[in-house]
Ligand binder design. Structure first.
Ligand SMILES: C[S@@+](CC[C@H](N)C(=O)[O-])C[C@H]1O[C@@H](n2cnc3c(N)ncnc32)[C@H](O)[C@@H]1O
Length: 385
């Protein structure tokens, strides 16, 4: 029988409904969430929040974290822990929903070869962790339903993160997850490859890699530069496929308008580094102060001839909000109650801790809503990369 090949995008869209039914029947999204809640609680209680003085320092930063992330210095360990405490779980759930949105829209990379994903400003890892767990679920769905494309899914994750405190956090937290699951999250727990997004230039890195390989071949084989270059350039994959990505994520990274112009060169470099069909995923807040940011971003990226807006979320998209009074919110509430019992047992009674306890009780009425924009690279013959 003749089998007609369809694009990855169409294939993914065609499987979305079946995948959703399978995930609902198997409680996949909730079980993953519950597991992360348990792992996070264990990790905090046994490794991080073990000393009263340390906890006081963390809670001294917590109100700042709740009120204004733009003024934070994430290199401060206490601030990075406070940030994780307040944001990791609700944003992990958000990442779960956004990953399903990417499946729904055919935008999660599912190519035959391994896909490369990069997150800019990864923080405690909530977004990458959610994407990684969605791939895990897709793979299990594939195994259950015998869908070869999903069974063979593979991807790698890397990150750009400035803060040593978050790098340290990612190292220990991902190691903790690995210890319990006996399975890597794919977030590199040794170290992500890049520190400062404002200094990254993928094309220069690629050329440097080519030159390093040429020198290596010249040394190893004693050949001329011309011959070494021929070998290096003819290698399948090799330097030409280095520093290339299928998905680049910015989650809560661009929070002020000036960042768009500051990122001018980097956005160009990232667009060039995308493989054909690859995407940039922007996740951020909604509200008046974000309107200009998104306008600027769309204006900037659409100027690049091969980039287009592929998805721009509507306010009522069910995968762009969740309410604290649903089962996920209830689980977060349970997490905070357990944490409070632990902190009370350390006799923590600072004003900032008491303030945190008060703020936590207000969460049950809250609704979290976010914006998702996806830009996609679509090269035609006129624009050769
Ligand atoms: C608001 S947090 C967002 C964290 C996470 N992506 C999320 O969705 O919650 C911003 C992150 O960007 C990192 N960051 C700030 N400036 C950076 C830079 N120049 N290069 C790389 N990372 C940076 C911070 O350390 C922090 O982890």
């Amino acid at each position: 029988m003749e089998t007609r090949r369809i694009s990855n995008t169409k294939f993914l869209i065609s499987k979305y409904e079946e995948f959703t039914i399978w995930e609902t029947e198997n409680k996949r999204v909730y079980d993953d969430f519950n597991e992360i809640c348990n792992l996070f609680e264990e990790f905090l209680v046994s490794n991080i929040l073990t000393d009263k003085h340390y906890c006081e320092e963390v809670f001294d930063r917590i109100i700042l974290v709740m009120e204004n992330c733009n003024d934070l210095h994430f290199d401060n360990e206490f601030e990075s822990v406070a940030y994780s405490l307040m944001h990791l779980l609700n944003r992990y759930h958000r990442a779960q929903l956004i990953s399903r949105l990417l499946v729904r829209e055919g935008l999660l990379p599912v190519r035959e070869k391994s896909s490369d994903i990069l997150e800019v400003g990864i923080g405690p890892g909530n977004m990458s962790l959610g994407v990684s767990d969605c791939y895990r679920s897709l793979k299990q769905f594939g195994e259950d339903k015998r869908i070869e494309k999903f069974i063979n899914l593979d991807f790698s994750l890397d990150y750009i993160e400035f803060s040593c405190a978050f790098r340290k956090w990612l190292h220990h937290f991902n190691e903790h997850i690995y210890g319990k699951r006996n399975e890597h999250t794919r977030i590199p727990y040794h170290l992500g490859s890049f520190n400062d997004v404002y200094k990254v230039d993928f094309q220069s890195l690629k050329l440097k890699y080519q030159q390093d390989l040429i020198e290596k071949y010249m040394e190893e084989y004693g050949c001329s530069k011309g011959d070494a270059q021929k070998i290096v350039d003819e290698e399948v994959g090799g330097w030409k496929d280095a520093y290339r990505y299928n998905l680049v994520i910015f989650s809560n990274f661009i929070t002020i308008s000036e960042q768009v112009s500051r990122l001018d060169h980097q956005l160009d470099s990232i667009c060039r580094a995308l493989r054909n069909g690859g995407s940039i995923l922007i996740v951020g807040g909604i509200g008046d102060n974000y309107i200009d940011i998104y306008k600027e971003l769309i204006k900037k990226i659409q100027k690049i001839p091969y980039m287009k807006v592929d998805f721009n979320s509507a306010e009522d998209d069910p995968l762009c909000s969740f309410s604290y009074n649903d089962i996920y919110g209830n689980r977060i509430d349970k997490f905070y109650q357990n944490l409070i019992a632990h902190l009370d047992s350390l006799d923590l009674d600072s004003n900032s801790y008491l303030e945190f306890r008060k703020e936590i009780t207000k969460l049950s009425d809250a609704k979290k809503t976010w914006k998702v924009i996806v830009f996609r690279k679509q090269l035609n013959k006129r624009f050769v990369d």
